[in-house]
Every structure is written in structure tokens, then in C-alpha cells.
Design a protein around this ligand. Structure first.
Ligand code: FE2
Length: 295
């Protein structure tokens, strides 16, 4: 498939100061440069890339604004553009200003079936000459071929979203988790991959005012998660206890961003290999991930 990984996320947010505290102060991302104006865009690094998360000040919006998926080269970008056009998706070619802002060689953008802006790009900027330094001593984030993490997309119609993301975008099914909502009520969650990461994207027909339920960042050591859990627990900012997920075996906990979107912070997930078969699970967690009283 042409999509290699989840490359970046951009959020439109009301409270820039709180978001900077969340990403940099709480989770140890590296702020690229202190914004002179608190209303300006602020970029955050997780690795050798020039940026992985952007927050843009907005008086009205408080949600995920765009998702950047990486392709390998110009040919793959053209292939993806054509696949989307054939499916009736309206493609916008990235203009010079946007290409410069994202720091890529070329890009296109379009909307998924429920209004989330997707950007496909190639040629992101690496800055090996400016080493990643975590603001909280996080040893590092697992990125590379697995991309920056995963997102859980909330949609009104899971079948329509699945059709788009598998048939047009080329994601492959990893597994399905049947959430039990009541004695005769189950809600299937669909987990999709585009590389070794067990899931880069999940589809959930969960009513939500936000475009995603959560995004996940994976640290390089268990201690990174433990230290973050202690730090956030002390500030009453965790929304779940520590836990381990059934499908990717991620050891993680959840916290809430200032926009109400959850942030899963994890370590130690298993990966997809050539022998992977689609599976089902009846629970999202093997143990833990119990709600805390911090909601
Ligand atoms: Fe997750």
C-alpha cells in the first residue's frame, strides 16, 4: 500500500497555554521554538523529524484539524491522488505556503467521508543536527517506520468509514473488538494497520463532539510511562489507571488534553508480522484501564 505511516497531527485549539503544558510539560514532547505570540502556531517534536504535532490557536475550534499520512515518493502520491479521484474524492493540491508550513516536498489534501481533513505528503524534514531533547526526560518515542502513533476516529457510520479507509486509502484490518454496552448491545471497534504498528487507525461508531476519541504516543521505555503516570496522577490528570490492551498489548494509561480529546501514553506494543490473521476480542483491555475519578 502507498501509505507508509501516520506522520503528523494538527489541532485547532482554544487554549494554547494549556496544550503546551500538556504536550511539553506533562508528556515530554520538545517544543520547537517558544512562540512569540501565544496565538501563533506551536510545533512539537518527538524524534528526528522537524515536527510531529502542531497546535494552531482558534477562537472557535477545539478539535483535531488534520491528519498527515506519509507516502514514499512522488509516484506514490500521484497513485493515492488517482485512487481517491476514482472514488469521487475531491483532491486539493498543496499550495506553496502550506507545503512550506508542513516542511514537505509535496502534498495533497482531501476530506474523509465525515469531514476530517487528510493530508498525504512525501519528503518530510529531518533535523538530525538538532537532537531531540525531551522536556521531562522521556527517553524517546517509538516512531520511524511505525509512524508517530495511532488515532481512534469517531464516525456516525462505521461501515462507510471502513469502506473508505480500506478500499480507497488501503489500510488493512488488524482486528475487531466487540465492546459490550449492555446485555444485548455490542459495539464493534475496527483496528487497521498500514505498517508494523498493530493499528495506526481505529474506527468507532461512537457519538462524539470530537473527530477522534484519542491519539496514542508510544514511549521507548516502561519507565517513561511510569514516570508520566506518577506525574499526571499527582496532578489528578489521568482518566484511567494503567492497563494493557488486548489487541496491541500496549501498556498504557489515558489522560485528557485541554480540548477534551484523550491522549493514550504507552509502551511495549506487539507488532504485525506476515503471519498476522484478523482476530476478534471481547474486551479492549487484558487488565487495567479502569476509569479514575478525574473526569
Ligand atoms: Fe489507543
Amino acid at each position: 500500500m502507498a501509505i507508509k505511516n501516520l506522520g503528523y497531527l494538527g489541532f485547532s485549539v482554544k487554549d494554547m497555554v494549556a496544550w503546551r503544558q500538556c504536550l511539553s510539560g506533562n508528556f515530554g514532547l520538545m517544543e520547537v521554538a517558544a512562540a512569540k505570540d501565544p496565538h501563533e502556531t506551536t510545533l512539537f517534536r518527538m524524534d528526528c523529524r522537524a515536527w510531529r504535532i502542531a497546535i494552531h490557536h482558534s477562537p472557535e475550534e477545539d478539535d483535531l484539524a488534520y491528519v498527515g499520512y506519509e507516502v514514499g515518493n512522488a509516484q506514490d502520491l500521484a497513485t493515492m491522488a488517482e485512487q481517491n479521484r476514482q472514488a469521487g474524492v475531491v483532491i486539493t493540491q498543496g499550495d506553496a505556503v502550506l507545503i512550506q508550513q508542513r516542511g514537505v516536498v509535496d502534498m495533497i489534501s482531501f476530506s474523509d467521508p465525515f469531514g476530517l481533513t487528510i493530508e498525504l505528503y512525501y519528503g518530510a524534514t529531518d533535523v538530525f543536527d538538532q537532537p531531540f531533547v525531551s522536556s521531562t526526560g522521556i527517553s524517546g518515542f517509538l516512531t520511524g517506520n511505525q509512524g508517530m502513533g495511532h488515532i481512534v476516529r469517531c464516525v456516525p457510520d462505521a461501515a462507510k468509514a471502513l469502506d473508505f479507509y480500506t478500499q480507497v486509502m488501503g489500510f488493512k484490518m488488524s482486528d475487531i473488538v466487540d465492546l459490550t454496552l449492555g446485555p444485548d448491545m455490542k459495539l464493534p471497534l475496527y483496528f487497521l494497520h498500514c505498517n508494523e504498528r498493530q493499528h495506526t487507525l481505529a474506527i468507532a461508531a461512537i457519538p462524539s463532539p470530537k473527530k477522534i476519541h484519542h491519539f496514542m504516543l508510544e514511549a521507548l521505555s516502561m519507565d517513561d510511562v511510569g514516570f508520566a503516570y506518577d506525574r499526571l496522577s499527582a496532578a489528578n490528570l489521568t482518566t484511567t489507571t494503567l492497563g494493557k490492551h488486548t489487541n496491541d498489548h500496549m501498556f498504557s494509561f489515558y489522560s485528557r488534553t485541554p480540548s477534551g480529546i484523550e491522549l493514550e501514553f504507552g509502551w511495549g506494543a506487539r507488532i504485525i508480522d506476515v503471519n498476522w490473521s484478523v482476530t476478534r476480542h471481547n474486551n479492549v483491555s487484558i487488565w487495567g484501564h479502569k476509569p479514575t475519578n478525574n473526569d
